[in-house]
Design a protein around this ligand. Structure first.
Ligand code: UDP
Length: 238
């Protein structure tokens, strides 16, 4: 029996590091496959799925510029890293029989589609998973901001931010035993208390468009589907 989803169309944002498994770098194919499976269970419910994957497992602009690289060049390298991750996820999803499109903010026609909003909407209506790559296409932004931007453009009902923990805590739960999880928290509280959800520009963009952010654990098998079916623990930023 397939539970009724609470949402019709969602954005799933994961960091590039979510794809590297226990390695310190790059892509770990079994981990990519595991996440693709999580996406499949939600796709099977009939939910329309957008994805944005970061690039931090391969390259981060800030790290490059800290080593003396020109910042915008380093940021473009970071954006290119997200395209590689998107292609890896596309391959894994297609291995499960799910039609996907990789849609890049920076046109690279031999590799994937350019971003054309109406075309992306049509893919979603046809139940194709749309993986938005190359961030916003602009340096000085992050893939969290890209996820928020695309979620707004695609009229997603929420952003699902998959992390290592099951929500937003008042302090790092990996370091503090007494860290407490919020069931709900407002955008302004996240900003004022510097809570670790997404960067400030992404939070502001979500807030100004009333786009809820659901922070949940990607390590919990079945967690993504569970939350869409109305179960599990998570934090709702609204
Ligand atoms: N990036 C960018 N503009 C964007 C999105 C990303 O310049 O709109 C670059 C930036 O250098 C960033 C890198 O791409 O460090 C990888 O993205 P991000 O750090 O968001 O990846 P994550 O931390 O989610 O793995």
């Amino acid at each position: 029996e397939i539970p009724q989803p609470k949402f019709k169309r969602v954005m799933l944002k994961i960091s590039g590091e979510a794809l590297m498994g226990d390695q310190g770098y790059g892509l770990h194919p079994p981990t990519v496959a595991r996440i693709a499976n999580e996406v499949k269970t939600v796709h099977d419910m009939g939910v329309e799925i957008c994805m944005v994957i970061g690039g931090g497992n391969i390259f981060r602009g800030l790290a490059g510029s800290a080593q003396g690289m020109e910042r915008t060049t380093a940021d473009y390298m970071g954006m290119l890293a997200t395209v590689m991750n998107a292609l890896a996820m596309q391959s894994a999803l297609e291995g499960l029989g799910i039609f996907t499109r990789v849609i890049s903010a920076i046109p690279m026609d031999q590799v994937c589609e350019p971003y054309i909003r109406r075309r992306a909407v049509r893919h979603l209506e046809k139940k194709r998973v749309c993986i938005f790559a190359a961030g916003t296409g602009n340096p000085y932004f992050t893939t969290d901001t890209a996820a928020t931007l695309r979620a707004n453009e695609m009229r997603c009902q929420a952003i699902f931010k998959g992390t290592k923990v099951d929500g937003v805590y008042d302090k790092d739960p990996m370091k503090h035993d007494d860290a407490e999880r919020f069931d709900t928290v407002t955008y302004d509280e996240v900003l004022a208390q510097h809570l670790n959800v997404m960067d400030a520009s992404a939070i502001a963009l979500a807030r100004d468009n009333n786009l809820p952010i659901i922070v949940f654990s990607l390590d919990e098998p079945g967690g993504f589907r569970g939350i869409l079916a109305g179960q599990g623990t998570y934090t709702r930023v609204h």
